[in-house]
Design a protein around this ligand. Structure first.
Ligand code: ADP
Length: 165
């Protein structure tokens, strides 16, 4: 039984993330989508909201579960018994970052392997920050995220814009 951890901020989860998790779930027995609670990024959704949206995305997928985590990714991987860290690879610029992080994680936890899955070409330019920027300006994100994520973004930016007034 090989359990994999797919960690990230998922602010919010988008079709690129969903594709990677579903493909990982075909390779590994179980995939835990680990939602990092406090990344060094400005967040639109808090950790419970990000977990909830990710849970909705994988409803009915029996070997994917979603959970929040904090601290070192490898510590959480050990805690849940994951032998593999799954990462998605988009454009070439992701490579250097992922390579450095993979080496650092290997030094911290030599028994854990990082497996990078190449993005589907439909999602090559997709990131949560792009989705957020488009949604913030009231643009159409229907080809990038599930409908319930689009609705959550719309509601959140309506709240934020109302606060600014
Ligand atoms: P982002 O804000 O860039 O979407 P995350 O921290 O939420 O970043 O990403 C979690 C993981 O998902 C990372 O391994 C990242 O490389 C991967 N990922 C992000 N976007 C895509 C995509 N469009 N296709 C494949 N993998 C992706």
């Amino acid at each position: 039984m090989v359990r994999a951890l797919y960690p990230g901020s998922f602010d919010p989860i988008h079709n690129g993330h969903i594709d990677i998790a579903l493909r990982a779930a075909r390779v590994f027995d179980e995939v835990i989508v680990g939602v990092y609670d406090l990344p060094k990024k400005k967040l639109v959704f808090n950790v419970q909201e990000r977990v909830k949206l990710a849970q909705q995305a994988f409803e009915g997928v029996t070997n994917i579960r979603v959970a929040p985590f904090s601290g070192f990714t490898v510590d959480y991987a050990r805690q849940v018994g994951a032998l593999v860290l799954v990462r998605g690879l988009r454009v070439f610029s992701d490579f250097e970052f992922e390579f450095r992080m993979g080496l650092a994680n290997k030094r911290l936890a030599p028994e854990i392997e990082t497996v990078s899955i190449m993005t589907d070409d439909r999602h090559v330019a997709l990131s949560s920050s792009t989705v957020r920027e488009i949604a913030e300006l009231g643009g159409d994100v229907t080809s990038m995220v599930p409908d319930f994520v689009g609705a959550a973004l719309k509601a959140r930016y309506a709240e934020l814009n109302a606060l600014e007034k």
